[in-house]
Design a protein around this ligand. Sequence first.
Ligand SMILES: [Zn+2]
Length: 341
Amino acid sequence: MAEERNDPRIPETAAEQADFLAAMESVFAEQESRGALDQPPPVGRDIFQDESDRLFIGREFTLEQFRKWFAVQRLGTQPFNAVGFHHTEVPDHTIWAGMPSLRGVFNYYRDELDWPEGLGPQLWVYSGDGRYSAGSPRIYVGTHPAHDGVGISGRNRRWLHIEHIWNGDKLAFSDAMIKVSGAVLSIVCQRHQFADREIPMKFLRDTGIDNPSQPIGIMYHRDQNPVWPGDGGWPKSCPGTKVKHDSLDSALVAAASGAVAGSGPSTSAFALGQRLVVASGPLNMRSAPGLAFAILAELDAGVALTVLEGPASAEGFAWYRVSGPEGGPGWVAGEFLTVSS
Ligand SMILES: [Zn+2]
């Protein structure tokens, strides 16, 4: 397990380094010339396992795959309670090349900034507005959300940092970026089987509050500097001079609520009396359908269950009441079950 960090010596972001632009431009020009843009997404079969013991994940997901991966991740003994909202400068969406780009960024952090291997912002959002995977948004996990990442000086302890692959200094977020960003916010701010709290969908300026035990809200990186953009002010502008509170906040909240409403159960229904097994564990068995209800048992992968009732839809999952080996009967999310062979 990585130690939790709140090191004032760590720079706010790589983009503050004078040589960042030149270095990243050369990294991505080289990747483009090698044809990295044509590589298929390296999505494995085991994407829904808990991976919270690892600091660096390095995976590319569709939004739906990310939702399912995130749902089974342990989030540490003290789950993140705040979100730092960022955009990149380089690479932006026009040169993003998928996993090679993510690796390039983290290699840059390690080699040029001397950050520990695998440490950086946790989530990376690509809207599908560039040539890579055109029209299909992708979500990347860098540092695992169970661990402190790096995003804003003094705001790294139990914060989740979301980097948007978009130069918000040059261009307002596209509709596609607003939609996918809102959907990601709705996923990470909701109750979770390993984080029994909600993070308010509120975009805060610098409140000075930094209490890891208190759900706080979402903060643009820019708002950490009260004098921005005055003369001699901080040269960082996440989420950018082209994207502002008065337009972006409400658009993101609307996109997030739309994403919740649209995230119905995605599994085919199981029948009463059907025999199932846990496909991805540990899976929480709860007293009622919903992530806020008491945990009766933690079921390992392979545990056999029989459907007694359901499905009931709550928080984007299809819940089934099942008989189980211990602590049950109780309710489990059908997304993590499969038919017994
Ligand atoms: Zn930032």
